[in-house]
Structures are given as C-alpha cells and as structure tokens.
Design a protein around this ligand. Structure first.
Ligand code: ADP
Ligand code: ADP
Length: 213
C-alpha cells in the first residue's frame, strides 16, 4: 500500500501554489493520475521516487517510511527501488537496448522476457537513435520494469504508441504487473484507454491546489 499525505509548494507562473495530496493506493493495484496540465502530476511521481522533496507530511510504502518531514526521514531514490518511466524517456544514447536492461538487471531470462513483451527482440543491439518513437517508449517501460520494482511510476507512458501497439502492450503489461505484484501509478491524458485495467483514479484538480499565503 502507498500512503500519501504530502504538501509541496509549486512555483507556478501564476505565483506560488500548494499541492496537497492525501490518498492511499492498494498494494498491487493499477491506478490513474489525471488532472490538467501544470496541476502537479509529474511532481507527485517525482516525490514518490525521491527526486523531489515534499515540504511537509509523509510517504509510507508497504509499511516502510520513505519520507517523513517531522521525523526528518527521506530515504534515497536507490533505496526506494521504484521503476520510473519518464515522459521524455531519458534513454542512454550510447547504450543498446539490451545494455539498457542489463544496466538494471543481470537476469538474462528476465531480459529476454522483457524484450519479447516490448517486441524489441530484433532490436536488442540497436541504440535509441535507431529506434522509432514508439520503440523508444517501450524500451523506457521495459527498463523501469527490469529491477522488478514494487512501485512503478509512469509519466504518460503510452503517448507515442499507436492504438494497436498500445492495446497489445497493455494486455502484456497487465500480466507483468500482476506477476510482480507491483503497485502502479500511471499519469495519463487519455485515461479512457486505461479504464479496464485501472482500479482507482486520483484526479489532481482544484481541490488539491490551494493558494499559498
Ligand atoms: P503536470 O505534470 O500535472 O503537468 P508538473 O508537476 O509538471 O505538472 O508541474 C506542476 C507545477 O509545479 C508547475 O507549475 C511547475 O513549474 C512546478 N514545479 C515543477 N517542479 C517543481 C519543483 N521541484 N519545485 C517546485 N515547483 C515545481
Ligand atoms: P548514471 O548513474 O549513469 O550517472 P543517472 O542516475 O545520472 O545515471 O541517470 C542517467 C539518466 O537516467 C538521466 O537522464 C536520468 O533522468 C535517468 N534516470 C535516473 N534515474 C532513473 C531510473 N530510476 N530509471 C530510469 N531512468 C533513470
């Protein structure tokens, strides 16, 4: 289970606002994060991953405290072992597809399984600039899964995929998520396509954005 009770000052163009989120996600569930652009969706994922620090509150994951402002606890991103799919993929330009996965795991059976799920077997020795946008995005997803994370954070992970690829990939990913018992948070501008696999939705809207005094 992910327990979020956090506050973060956002430096928006319109002035400073406070993002305040109180929400729990069940262990092993797939959940959507939606809301207008600039609401704080990416910031929320980054606070869970440990690369942005909340100003207040706590984050508890599977009964382990990842962040607690009052107790000055803030464990490192490495200790959290979250998988993160960045909106801009953040691939390594000089690494092949296989090296991306090998960077995260030495389990070759698991790497082959991932390559099959992402339909990248034939591209294992290619570098990102020799992949299509959709292939790069699939690689970013596979890399995030490679460490078998307990928490998988995905920022617009399907935006570059055509409908057919997306449907097939989603079915396969759904099985992997279940196998890993991962708790998955997916930021999406197109939540309709994920309704079938998602069990809960956090809408970051006006309720969560408060003026800063
Ligand atoms: P969304 O993903 O919902 O589009 P973001 O999380 O990217 O929204 O950004 C929300 C707001 O938070 C933006 O106004 C942005 O400028 C601001 N912001 C982004 N990163 C930080 C940070 N590290 N500290 C404070 N404010 C931030
Ligand atoms: P290195 O250890 O090689 O210096 P970094 O941790 O600095 O690697 O990250 C290199 C790139 O990978 C950056 O573009 C960063 O955004 C991205 N990155 C960082 N952490 C992760 C992660 N957990 N999963 C996937 N990509 C990541």
């Amino acid at each position: 289970m992910i327990v979020l009770d956090i506050e973060k000052k956002l430096k928006a163009y319109s002035g400073t606002e406070v993002l305040r989120i109180e929400k729990q996600f069940n262990a092993g569930s797939i959940n959507l994060i939606t809301g207008p652009s600039g609401a704080g969706k990416t910031t929320l994922l980054k606070m869970i991953a440990g690369v942005i620090k909340p100003d207040n509150g706590h984050i508890v994951v599977n009964e382990q405290t990842w962040f607690n402002a009052a107790e000055k606890i803030n464990i490192t991103p490495q200790q959290r072992r979250t998988g993160f799919v960045f909106q801009d993929y953040a691939l390594f330009p000089n690494m092949t597809v296989r090296q991306h996965l090998n960077y995260a795991t030495t389990n070759n059976d698991w790497i082959d399984q991932l390559l099959a799920i992402g339909k990248l077997n034939a591209f294992a020795n290619h570098k990102p600039n020799h992949l299509s946008g959709g292939q790069q995005q699939r690689l970013a997803i596979l890399r995030a899964l490679a460490i078998k994370p307990a928490v998988l954070l995905m920022d617009e992970p399907f935006s570059a995929l055509d409908v057919k690829t997306k449907t097939e990939l989603l079915a396969d990913l759904n099985n992997v998520f279940k196998e890993l018992a991962a708790t998955v948070l997916i930021v999406s501008h197109n939540p309709q396509e994920l309704k079938e696999i998602a069990s809960d939705e956090l809408i970051i809207g006006e309720d969560y954005i408060l003026p800063f005094h």
